[in-house]
Design a binder for this molecule. Structure first.
Ligand code: ZN
Length: 337
């Protein structure tokens, strides 16, 4: 017993050493003829154009409308989740998000998925995304909101929130993600706790992407902060990439990105929905087509976006056409990876 224990300790030590080397851009960055993850990372952080992926949540819902949550499919149909990632990579995505938007312990418990363990859910999701990405794309470990506000506005204490993010980010890092994205942020207090947990665990690039509503005086998060205020807060927390996603369609996101660009000199990520969702025949539909959305991509680039993908309702076709509209050549994939 004690022998096997000490053996596993040694294994853990070796694993930690590899992780640290990975994060410093060492052995984890293998090369292929199509470029390297290191190249994409340099372009991402250097503010050059990089293609994002499309939706995961709405795609997962199509796969199994009765699933407790999209994360459940990591266990019931992992190969189909890998297929969604792979279709995005084949369409030209260079950064893909793990299927862990609701992967915090709190969110998993709300979906009656607490039995699996958040670390396991997130590690597994990261491994599946990494397999699909190969060297063609970075994998960003996806952190969504906890689903409840932090005290005093909500019922989650700061300590609980920190622990939620620690468990989730720990699993994502162990599964081999290349970056962390904290997305669909509406509350800066929650964002600060997520970033604090991340800084304890890794030194990966950090993307912070906020969600805004259209209001009488422009755009604000649900908590009332403006694009400029949220961007300044994210930069103050050391975010490498700042952006906006979800909520609205691309026309509104162009306006939001213009405002972000007024205070952000570095990379800006933008992942709009495929337009506002509408109910038709009891189903949620998104009215923006790949063609209509991609027609507005040049204006989004002019506004200052450097990473462009899609959120709810978007698919691989949206990514393929957005990539072309960004002036990038179609993805060429060799069989070696
Ligand atoms: Zn969305």
């Amino acid at each position: 017993m004690s022998k096997s224990k000490s053996k596993s300790k040694i294994k853990i030590k070796i694993k930690i050493k590899i992780k640290i080397e990975d994060q410093e851009g060492g052995i984890g960055m293998a090369t292929t003829s199509a470029g390297t993850r290191e190249d994409i990372r340099a372009r991402l952080l250097g503010g050059q154009l990089v293609v994002g992926d499309g939706a995961m949540g709405t795609q997962a819902q199509i796969l199994d409308p009765k699933a407790l949550c999209p994360e459940q499919l990591l266990f019931t149909m992992p190969e189909r989740i890998e297929d969604i990632h792979r279709r995005y990579v084949e369409a030209g995505a260079e950064i893909i998000l793990t299927n862990t938007f609701g992967g915090s312990p709190h969110k998993l418990a709300l979906a009656h998925m607490e039995g699996v363990g958040a670390h396991e859910v997130n590690r597994r999701a990261a491994e599946i995304a990494r397999r699909a990405a190969g060297e063609y794309a970075l994998v960003a470990g996806d952190i969504g909101p906890l689903g409840e506000l932090v005290e005093p506005l909500g019922d989650i204490s700061e300590g609980e929130a920190l622990d939620n993010f620690r468990q989730q980010i720990g699993g994502l890092v162990d599964g081999g993600v290349d970056a962390i994205i904290i997305e669909t942020v509406i509350d800066l207090a929650e964002l600060r706790l997520a970033v604090a947990a991340m800084r304890e665990l890794c030194r990966l690039p950090l993307i912070v992407s906020m969600t805004f509503d259209k209001v009488v005086d422009g755009y604000r998060t649900m908590m009332g902060t403006t694009p400029e205020e949220t961007a300044e807060a994210a930069l103050g927390l050391g975010a490498d990439v700042v952006g906006c996603n979800c909520g609205l369609g691309i026309a509104d996101h162009i306006e939001i990105v213009k405002r972000l660009r007024a205070v952000v000199s570095g990379p800006i990520m933008c992942q709009p929905n495929a337009g506002l969702p509408r109910l038709a025949g009891g189903k949620v539909v998104y009215l923006e087509t790949p063609e209509s959305m991609s027609a507005q991509v040049p204006a989004l680039v002019d506004a200052g976006a450097t990473v462009i993908g899609g959120c709810c309702g978007t698919t691989a076709d949206y990514v393929r056409l957005a990539r072309a509209a960004m002036g990038l050549p179609p993805r060429s994939m060799t069989s070696s990876s």
